[in-house]
Design a protein around this ligand. Structure first.
Ligand code: AMP
Length: 636
């Protein structure tokens, strides 16, 4: 039995973190191997944002690799690459990974990448993607990983916003047994983008060879082989480590900026005290480097905490079957696991009785954490019964970079409450406000906000657009960070997330903007107006539905229109949007001033009770929409 002092109980830690955030986080920061320890812990800026550890100096790549080697973990496995889609299994010790990263960092430097430069990484789940991130961190370049499922247009938007000096890619990714060529997508994105990176580094995979453009494209392996390794540079705590684009309510993605210092302190705290991981443990963050989980829980978090990280290029099912996850857990003696509920629902569909769990020895696994979307109670219960493990829901966002609410299994007495996403993690003062900004009491539903200051690790700006950050997150309720989620707290402080209060939907744990899809749908010449709403889906949680009103005189069938719109969204955003359904309606519900009542549409789509607003111009319109959604629900 581990003895923990009173200071490591959940309640004591939480209370201290709220009463005196600077003292609490200064203590946590003390555990880090800084180049220069920060004397200043917390500085409040006049605009409501905060600076953590302003005068501290460090390097995130050093913490993830070199420091681990100095601590005697050089021969420990740092990264296990398991790729059922290519039938590859490969391990890298901390020394091997450091050597690969140092050489790649040297190459970036030789290619003219400087501290503070942006670098776009558009790659599948191959270890070189992690190496690319760490190599950027080593020389102080700011990486922005773009999920490989995004179409060329989305990549182009990010290229124009991040203005990268260099773009790193691979010749292809693999979806089950399908080879997806990345290079043509990169070429197209570069045609669409105004900004042009100086060079494109291409990792050739044997499943598809990419054509290299003379003078711009370089062969990864050959270029790295000729490069010389470089040591980590010294960075200020506030220097950006990475940009992660996420969907906002408009078509323009938001470039969330993560700082080196806050991120390192927060991820140390998270790995140990939320996830209960110790150096030497094997951790598996099941996600993709293209998402925030890939940054916090596949690359930086586990490595900076001396854990072995599993890097999986496969799916929950059909690679080769629904036992894939349990095979990996047994094979590598995984101790802790993170996953999105959608993956578990896919497994459950194929293995409702949980028979496949029994084929594998899961004794190493201590618990399973789920996040990214609401964990429904039926999936929760099924997973707990089938795995025999504690299953925990927890809630966070790209913006925060680490959990806001969670069971802190590494702190005594935190407690868990199934059905909730658990209590606020130390550092997060979670509150609920009504529309007028008044604090609500227990069990009263409203907007979930976090009282400032946000703890270390949370984004304090958007890349190149600080005003948009202030507008999106701090302006609506002064003194609070606006999460965009609605819900309530019960009398014991357990948090219940009910869903987004804005035009963002969550498809298979991926956050997508309905506004962006509407922009595309509205471009179709037959369409007078449209609204895209999220409707419930058994596996994906939510999927988008296009409700469209045709222009007078148009004689296009619904089927034909749907086929054209689906193709257009797939082409412009990518298959990950899962935009597959379109219904023609006579009218959309609007206010008398002509504004589409999206909040009402969201509620109808989500089967939530609603009161037709007094501003609604014609209440009969809602009956038609309800009918369309009811027929969809029956059909599924
Ligand atoms: P992302 O930034 O893509 O990670 O998406 C964050 C959003 O996903 C949150 O604002 C929530 O709407 C949703 N989300 C994440 N985790 C949970 C959870 N455990 N329960 C309910 N919603 C969640």
């Amino acid at each position: 039995m581990l003895f923990r002092s009173r200071s490591m109980t959940y309640q004591h830690s939480y209370d201290r973190s709220i009463a005196d955030p600077a003292a609490f986080w200064a203590e946590q920061a003390d555990h880090l191997a800084w180049y220069r320890k920060p004397a200043q812990t917390l500085v409040a800026n006049p605009d409501g944002t905060h600076q953590w550890f302003a005068d501290g100096q460090l390097n995130s790549c050093y913490l993830a690799l070199d420091h681990q080697i100095e601590q005697g973990r050089g021969e420990q496995t740092a990264l296990i690459y398991d790729s059922p889609v290519t039938d590859t299994r490969q391990t890298y010790t901390f020394v091997q990974l450091r050597d690969e990263v140092a050489r790649l960092a040297g190459l970036l430097r030789e290619l003219g990448v400087k501290q503070g430069d942006g670098v776009i990484i558009y790659m599948p789940m191959v270890p070189q993607a992690a190496m690319a991130m760490l190599a950027c961190a080593r020389i102080g370049a700011v990486h922005s990983v773009v999920f490989g499922g995004f179409a060329a247009n989305e990549l182009a938007l990010r290229i124009d916003d991040a203005r990268p000096a260099l773009l790193l890619t691979a010749s292809c990714g693999l979806e089950f047994d399908r080879v997806i060529e990345y290079k043509p997508l990169v070429d197209k994105a570069l045609q669409l983008a105004t900004h042009q990176p100086r060079q494109v580094l291409v990792l050739q995979r044997p499943q598809a060879r990419a054509e290299l453009r003379e003078g711009r494209d370089l062969d990864w392996q050959a270029a790295v082989a000729a490069a010389s390794p470089v040591p980590p540079v010294t960075l200020a705590a506030g220097d950006p480590l990475y940009i992660m684009y996420t969907s906002g309510t408009t078509g323009k993605p938001k470039g969330i900026v993560r700082e080196n210092g806050g991120n390192a302190v927060a991820l140390r705290f998270a790995l140990r005290h939320i996830y209960g991981m110790q150096p030497g443990d094997v951790w598996w963050g099941i996600s993709d480097v293209g998402w925030v989980v890939g940054h916090s829980l596949i690359v930086y978090g586990p490595l900076m905490n001396g854990c072995t990280t599993v890097f999986y290029e496969g799916k929950p099912i059909r690679t080769p079957d629904a036992a894939a996850y349990w095979r990996v857990v047994e094979q590598y003696r995984v101790n802790g696991l993170f996953c999105a509920p959608t993956a578990m629902r896919a497994i459950r569909k194929e293995d409702p009785q949980g028979e496949l769990f029994k084929r594998h020895d899961l004794s190493s696994l201590r618990q399973i954490f789920l996040a990214g979307e609401k964990l429904d109670s039926s999936t929760h219960q099924w997973l707990e019964a089938a795995s025999g493990k504690a299953v925990h829901d927890h809630w966070w966002q790209t913006e925060t970079g680490w959990p806001v609410t969670a069971p802190c299994v590494g702190l005594e007495g935190c407690g868990v409450r199934p059905g909730s996403s658990n209590r606020a993690v130390p550092g997060y003062h979670v509150r609920v406000l009504d529309d007028d900004g008044h604090l609500l009491g227990p069990n009263e539903q409203g907007a979930i906000v976090i009282a400032l200051p946000l703890p270390p690790g949370c984004s304090q700006t958007l890349w190149g657009d600080h005003a948009r950050y202030l507008q999106a997150y701090l302006h609506s309720h002064p003194g609070y960070y606006h999460t965009g989620d609605g819900g309530y707290l019960d009398e014991d402080g357990f948090v219940y997330i009910m869903g987004r209060t804005d035009d963002v939907i969550n498809v298979s744990g991926h956050r997508l903007s309905t506004g962006e899809m509407e922009d595309l749908v509205a471009r179709h010449p037959a369409i007078a107006e449209c609204a895209v709403v999220g409707v419930r889906d058994e596996i994906k949680g939510q999927v988008p539905l296009g409700l469209v009103v045709l222009k007078d005189g148009v004689s296009l069938s619904e089927q034909q229109l749907q086929a054209e719109l689906v193709a257009s969204v797939r082409e412009q955003i990518g298959a990950l949007a899962c935009f597959n359904q379109v219904r023609v309606v006579k009218r959309l519900p609007k206010t008398r001033s002509g504004k589409i009542l999206r909040a009402v549409l969201r509620k109808i789509a989500d089967h939530q009770p609603y009161t037709p607003p007094s501003t609604l111009d014609d209440p009969a319109v809602l009956a038609e929409i309800e009918g369309v959604l009811a027929s969809l629900a029956r059909a599924s």
